[in-house]
Write a protein that binds this ligand. Sequence first.
Ligand code: FAD
Ligand code: SF4
Length: 479
Amino acid sequence: MSNKMLEFVKIGQQTPSKRDAINRKQDFNEIYKDFIHQKAGEQSSRCSQCGVPFCQVHCPLSNNIPDWLKLTAEGRLKEAYELAQSTNNMPEVCGRICPQDRLCEGNCVIEQSGHGTVTIGSVEKYITDNAWEQGWVNPIKIKNEKNQSVGIIGAGPAGLAAAEQLRKLGYQITVYDRYDRTGGLLIYGIPNFKLEKFVVERRTELLKKSGIKFIQNFEVGKNSTLDQLRAKHDVLLIATGVYNAREIDIPGSDLGNVFPAMEFLTASNKKGLGDKVELFDNGTLNAEGKNIVVIGGGDTAMDCVRTSIRQNAKSVKCLYRRDKENMPGSAREVANAEEEGVEFVWLSSPKEFIGINKVEGLNVDKIKLGEPDDSGRRKPEIKKNSQFNIKADIVIKALGFDPENLPKLFDCDDLQVTKWGTLKADFDTMETNLHGVFAAGDIIRGASLVVWAIKDGRDAALSIKKFLENKELQKEEVA
Ligand SMILES: Cc1cc2nc3c(=O)[nH]c(=O)nc-3n(C[C@H](O)[C@H](O)[C@H](O)COP(=O)(O)OP(=O)(O)OC[C@H]3O[C@@H](n4cnc5c(N)ncnc54)[C@H](O)[C@@H]3O)c2cc1C
Ligand code: SF4
């Protein structure tokens, strides 16, 4: 233990007084910073610079991980940050919430050889948080603003990444969003304990200071049609995400206190942001002291159970129709939830919500896994006469999301969609079937990951740049 750490323990043993407490907090912050700094250095120097950077190959952004790890190990933190941010618009966000076990870290050669991965995500978070603290992260300064404008629908990670990339090139950017805040699912979906809201807010503030115009509380489909926006801008990018929550059609679905996941998470996030949320304050969307049942096995379900635990629920159960091995959610998230006291009721499927006016419980079927279906996953089959009841004061449905019907919503029948309802786009150019209308993020992939949304936003920005340059050339030729 370092002298500083020993000193800290000694301070901790003294009789507490207000002054001591303040001193301890200051000392703790200082020692903690040193500790994190040392850890980042230690972890970075564990990278063997293996020459076959599988971590980089499995990062959707092809981040130059080995090189920024090397720079961090050498204490060259500014250069490490410059390199990390050159391929990623939000390294501190990805460092916090990428499922690294399935991406970079899961493919680290040291992990593969059984010695535990280099904690790439934590180092990425550290070098970027440090850059913010040091004042190395600054707004974009434009020397010659171009006279072409880009309209972006959706202020989630896909829209924001595209906005930043295009602003760097000097284009005029307007981002429209139906939420009152910027960030999409980063702000109202992903809970604060995974991604602190100040991290999202400082990013979006930076973009505002960079001259990007944000129009909040503006819903395309309600406040304008797609064609009206097309007429306003040289190019449009649609980055609206997927928000159509999948339903469960069983008796009692209309009972009170059965909520979609986003309603529960948004209330909790708004509360965390300091808003007055009536339905939370009056207890309706607050898990405190209640028996909570979450239906679903993905990451959204994990966010709901872990949020319920943090709201001091009496009990939290997660109902999933397959088993642990076949859960779609990240194994790391499931382990975290289990550790925090969530009870998983595997191989079970709700048959009926029970209650008078408000839900009081669920009648549940036991499930066995049958033969693989078309998707290759073993099909859940109901076990006969296996029903049992579970008590519930609140039920949260977290069964996934589908795209909204955009052609209808945008009053634009010509806009083509796939059989899944996602926008049809050419993945090489990110252009939809409408000339000058591009798309990025979940709305073309289906519910996916932040890192993929950023990648799409960056790719779309590159294509939009080419499109606008061509448009300018054509104008010059005509003139
Ligand atoms: C609860 C939850 C937890 C998640 N956790 C993780 C995680 O830990 N790690 C991870 O990598 N990914 C996670 N994801 C997935 C990730 O958040 C998404 O893949 C990502 O945010 C998609 O980015 P996007 O920009 O395409 O869309 P979004 O982030 O959904 O942003 C779309 C924006 O478009 C706006 N919009 C929609 N329609 C309109 C309209 N008609 N007019 C104007 N504006 C409109 C919306 O208000 C929103 O702000 C999670 C998702 C959920 C739901
Ligand atoms: S962006 Fe995600 S996948 Fe890529 S290095 Fe960072 S944490 Fe890993």
